[in-house]
Design a protein around this ligand. Structure first.
Ligand code: MD3
Ligand code: FE
Length: 214
């Protein structure tokens, strides 16, 4: 499966809702630039397991690049211009990041998208992300652009209420999901990543989420 299948899907779109969809394989032409940029971003700001306000350690390892980074500790969730671990700004968007986010947003109907934050999520096999809304951004209408790299995952695409039954969406290396407007505040999550090895990334899934925070 995976890469050959992803290539055969490239150029196809899956409609999820009025203002949400999957652009299959859209990031494949950018993959080399993205992996180099991720290495640079993680050299400046290493992946870490953040603590939630409730005192739980998150399964997903996280870092950021761009003007703002999403962080969590016992005091709460927030966006910060500085990495609290180093006191330094996050690495500015590496080559290709803004271009990919802008092109993907435009392909999904959101022209002129300029994000100011990119959260880098790393899933080892077995790691999951429980159902949540992204609600720490001031702008709750601008799209979020999500790029899947490495091992496949099953994404849970829910509704505007926590209790709405989510739809399962398979995501492969190179897939881009864009959601904004009326679908921006949907609940979503990721099922535990299955064991495996990806040719470029090995035993992990990396997800980039571009956001407009301010
Ligand atoms: C939300 N990340 O970082 S992004 C997050 O794969 C996060 O790492 C997940 O949720 C990840 O906050 C999922 C992909 C995504 C795709 C479609 C959505 C999130 C969505 C549709 C509606 C709401
Ligand atoms: Fe999210």
């Amino acid at each position: 499966m995976s890469d050959l299948f992803a290539a055969s899907m490239a150029g196809q779109h899956t409609h999820l809702a009025a203002q949400a969809g999957v652009l299959h394989g859209f990031a494949l032409p950018f993959a080399e630039a993205l992996l180099a940029g991720i290495d640079a971003a993680l050299a400046a700001a290493p992946l870490r397991h953040l603590v939630t306000p409730g005192g739980h350690v998150m399964q997903v390892a996280m870092s950021n690049c761009g003007g703002f980074g999403w962080v969590s500790d016992r005091r709460g969730y927030r966006y910060d211009r500085l990495d609290p671990q180093t006191g330094q700004p996050w690495l500015a968007f590496p080559e290709g990041f803004l271009q990919l986010a802008g092109k993907a947003a435009a392909a999904a109907g959101f022209a002129g998208y300029v994000p100011d934050a990119c959260l880098i999520n790393r899933y080892a096999p077995g790691t999951r992300l429980s159902l949540h809304q992204d609600r720490d951004e001031d702008d709750r209408v601008a799209p979020i652009v999500s790029v899947s790299l490495g091992l496949p995952a099953t994404f849970l695409f829910g509704g505007l209420a926590r209790g709405d039954k989510p739809v399962r969406v398979p995501l492969l290396h190179g897939d881009v999901v864009v959601w904004g407007g009326v679908d921006r505040m949907r609940f979503h999550g990721v099922l535990p990543v299955m064991p495996g090895r990806h040719p470029q990334l090995g035993a992990q899934r990396i997800n980039l989420t571009f956001r407009k925070v301010r």
